[in-house]
Design a protein around this ligand. Structure first.
Ligand SMILES: *Cc1c(COP(=O)(O)O)cnc(C)c1O
Length: 423
């Protein structure tokens, strides 16, 4: 039994239990030079991941011609807001949008970490079996019948609310692996359809994300030829996401955005289990240090990371433990228990957390669609709701990380438009 008596009259806990929006500025933040020790990974690890992705550029150019625009890298544009800055009377270039909905292959942030981990596994096997001579070899060789024959002997499995499964399933299937995606009940039908269309096996569960992950992990454990991508604790996923932070620096420079002690960059990231936003935040901190402040957004019904970091219990507590149902229109964020690894790694590096209700999210999503012309999925718009908390920070640039929805069929958007009512 969890002992939460220390939080009996705690106002934040009261709001979390009542599924009311909360804002919490993290009092435990430390200078990054110090907080870095919590992570157990270094800048060298992120550079290693970036170099691996660079090696695979030749593969992507061969297998996914749409990556030609980014020279075979899976990268998204950094946009300047069209109208959003006006809500806060800020100049246009003070509100930026990192458009991960435009990432190739899965149209979501999971194309960073998820695909990275599949590539790492493929590279390891290819080197072991002599398909690649060494890491200087031509990786376009992996887009071949010989490679598919090798990878076809192995399976890659994952549990997901949708986008991680989409990223890993599409990537693994393309390489020739047997791709098995364990999907939670909240996963959207079109994501399952798309995966099956691309040759992945989709296993559906009536339960939530945690259950899908547990089932996937268990199925893979019994099979020596199976590789399970563990969204709840994978360092590889985290490093794949972290590469984004390193690459953002050049995009900021190209827009002539100064980020330093007097010009903070405040980044708003939607958080599910934590790997995506946690990894991105880690990369941003490595690239920009204390000049960047990272803020996590979660649904009021699924505030797992805030709950874990706030109580210090991390993955020992779930939103169900405080009476929440983990049901939200933000399907990408419908996670009841946060990654313990990410919570512990990033607890002194994150500046603040907030939650928003489904109706706030629906209103935000609709406004972003109408005013910015962005075709997101609801969870991907959660970062926009963080600006009011920081809009008056002097000389700040605000960066809203939009995280998915790029592959949505028009029908899904129409459905959201019809159902995303503003109460
Ligand atoms: C998965 C996801 C996130 C959050 O990533 P986590 O690693 O689960 O924290 C945010 N937005 C979208 C659209 C996602 O699919």
């Amino acid at each position: 039994m969890l002992d939460l008596s220390a939080f009996q009259n705690d106002p934040i806990m009261h709001s979390l239990r009542a599924a009311e929006p909360v804002f919490w500025r993290n009092p435990h933040t430390a200078p990054f030079a110090e907080a870095l020790a919590d992570v157990g990974l270094s800048a060298a690890d992120v550079h290693d991941a970036a170099a691996r992705l660079q090696r695979f550029a030749a593969y992507f150019l061969a297998a996914f011609p749409e990556t030609a625009a980014t020279q075979g890298l899976i990268e998204s544009p950094l946009l300047v807001s069209k109208t959003w800055h006006q809500h806060y009377h800020l100049p246009a270039h003070r509100v930026l949008i990192k458009a991960d909905n435009q990432l190739p292959i899965s149209g979501a942030i999971k194309a960073r970490g998820g695909i990275y981990e599949v590539l790492l596994h493929a590279e390891t096997l290819a080197l072991q079996h002599g398909l690649l001579r060494d890491t200087d070899d031509d990786y376009s060789k992996l887009h071949s019948d010989a490679a598919r024959a090798l990878f076809g002997q192995y399976s890659v499995a994952v549990g997901s609310t949708g986008n991680l499964g989409l990223s890993i399933g599409m990537m693994a299937a393309k390489l020739g692996f047997r791709a098995v995606v364990h999907m939670s009940a909240d996963a959207r039908q079109w994501k399952k359809d798309k995966l099956r269309e691309h040759g992945a096996i989709v296993v559906e569960y009536a339960g939530d994300y945690g259950m899908a992950v547990a089932a996937g992990r268990q199925a893979a454990e019994q099979d020596p030829y199976a590789y399970f991508v563990d969204d709840e604790s994978s360092r590889h996923l985290f490093l794949g996401y972290a590469v984004a932070g390193l690459r953002l620096k050049a995009q900021l420079d190209a827009l002539q955005i100064t980020v330093d002690a007097h010009h903070p960059l405040i980044v708003y990231l939607p958080c599910g289990v934590g790997g995506g936003p946690g990894g991105v935040a880690f990369g941003l901190k490595l690239a920009l240090g204390d000049a960047v402040q990272c803020v996590f957004a979660e649904p009021t019904h699924s505030p797992c990371m805030l709950l874990g970091v706030y109580t210090g219990l991390h993955d020992a507590i779930s939103v169900q433990d405080i009476g929440l149902d983990n049901i939200t229109i933000a399907d990408g964020l419908a996670v009841g228990r946060a990654s313990g690894f990410v919570g512990r790694a990033m607890q002194r590096s994150l500046s603040a957390f907030y939650t928003l209700t489904d109706s706030q999210l629906a209103a935000t999503w609709r406004a972003v669609y109408e005013q910015e012309g962005l075709y997101l999925e609801p969870s991907a718009a959660a970062g926009f709701a963080g600006l009011p908390y920081f809009a008056d920070t002097p000389h700040a640039t605000h960066l809203v990380w939009v995280t998915g929805g790029g592959l949505q069929p028009q029908a899904a958007i129409q459905e959201y438009l019809a159902t995303c009512h503003v109460e």
